[in-house]
Design a protein around this ligand. Structure first.
Ligand SMILES: NC(=O)c1ccc[n+]([C@@H]2O[C@H](COP(=O)([O-])OP(=O)(O)OC[C@H]3O[C@@H](n4cnc5c(N)ncnc54)[C@H](O)[C@@H]3O)[C@@H](O)[C@H]2O)c1
Length: 354
């Protein structure tokens, strides 16, 4: 591994934000090549960010020996195959969510990563917002106490123009609705902070846009720690918000509601007594911020690779997110409470899509 990691990006939609974030860390990364089927789009982005190489061929990107890490930012149904191909070519992989379309596929990726000697990091960049990181600090130090109740709202707006992009809104290519592509971040934060889920009950419906997948979801979770969690998701909210609210025995933590940035500062942390508030304030005074969002995840990736430590987001984390998705769809379809973990002979192990 060279000191500077050399990055190749495929898919220049959200891939453009990956490039911008990598370039905030010029001592760690150099963006070496970009790949997109739309050559004009790729050339324009390459010119804007001074990226030396452009290709329309993913095979060619994988063959480049001046690329250490491939970022997969293509439409969701391509992530699984492209991750396998990049690993086979000897690259580390950073892959957008969802990493795959089934638990079987993510298990296959876990196996392929182990065999390859390379690393695969799924994207969950919202974990690294300073507000969420402060709550993580309070939990890790035992200050938060016992979790009671968590509420998570992802109330965004998606109009017909959004679904005019052909791969969106379809089971085969988007792989699912907003619980797969939009709220997956907000729900990942719950596992990141509270651990695993014991069982779920969900209702889904399609009311906002004429699409194949759901666009409104209400779900009730029992967490393994005994606490309860309520998830609400819609693409029909004229005022867009994201909100996390965690009630613990010692404090209540609440995010702000900026829809695509609610894990950043400011969060409020209200202690149950003045003494607890003083403890919280003293702990947070020691909070030392690292970069946030994509930059925050890439910064931690670099150091994990360099030091040989665990990645900031692992395929096991992505698997937990996909297992929740599988259970939510199963519950919505059967109208039963679904217990986790799901066994490999579960009817939806091969995919939650109808
Ligand atoms: N982490 C986040 O916050 C976040 C935000 C948006 C999207 N995403 C994820 O990123 C992925 C892409 O979403 P998007 O909104 O950027 O989509 P998009 O349609 O805007 O961009 C996808 C790009 O991939 C290119 N492409 C398609 N097939 C290709 C191939 N075989 N080889 C090379 N290029 C190819 C397209 O030409 C297009 O430029 C999705 O899986 C989505 O879930 C993540």
């Amino acid at each position: 591994m060279t000191e500077l990691l050399r990055m190749g990006i495929v898919g220049i939609g959200i891939g453009r934000e990956h490039i911008a974030a990598l370039q905030t860390l010029p001592d760690l990364f150099r963006v070496q090549a970009i790949c997109d089927l739309d050559e004009a789009r790729a050339r324009a982005v390459a010119a804007q960010y001074s990226v030396p190489h452009v290709t329309t061929s993913f095979d060619e990107l994988c063959r480049r020996d001046d690329v250490d890490v491939v970022h997969i930012c293509t439409p969701s149904h391509l992530h699984y195959e492209q991750t396998l191909q990049a690993l086979e070519a000897g690259k580390h992989v950073i892959v957008e969510k969802p990493v795959a379309g089934s638990l079987r596929q993510v298990d296959e990726l876990i196996r392929a990563e182990k065999q390859s000697g390379r690393r695969v990091m799924p994207i969950f960049q919202y974990r690294f917002g300073h507000g969420a990181q402060k709550l993580k600090l309070l939990i890790d130090r035992g200050i938060a106490g016992r979790a009671y109740l968590t509420t998570v709202e992802t109330a965004w707006r998606r109009k017909p123009e959004y679904y005019a992009v052909p791969w969106r809104g379809k089971w085969h290519t988007e792989l699912g609705g907003p619980i797969v592509t939009l709220a997956i971040h907000a729900h990942d934060l719950v596992f990141y902070l509270l651990g695993s889920v014991k069982n779920v009950f969900a209702r889904t419906t399609t009311l906002v846009n004429p699409i194949e997948t759901e666009d409104c979801v209400s779900a009730s979770l029992e967490m393994r720690d005994g606490s309860l969690c309520s998830l609400a998701v819609t693409t029909g909210s004229a005022r867009e918000i994201s909100r996390h609210r965690f009630c613990f025995s010692n404090l209540t933590a609440e995010s702000h509601t900026e829809p695509y940035a609610n894990t950043t500062d400011p969060w409020t942390f209200v202690g149950d007594t003045p003494e607890l508030q003083a403890t919280i304030d003293a702990a947070l005074a020691q909070f030392s911020p690292l970069p946030e969002k994509f930059s925050g995840q890439f910064y931690r990736f670099y150091h994990a690779l360099k030091d040989g430590t665990e990645l900031p987001v692992t395929l096991d984390d992505a698997r937990a997110a996909l297992e929740l998705i599988t259970a939510l769809y199963d519950s919505a379809q059967t109208q039963q409470v679904v217990s986790l973990p799901l066994a490999n002979d579960h009817p939806k192990y091969l995919g939650w899509q109808p």
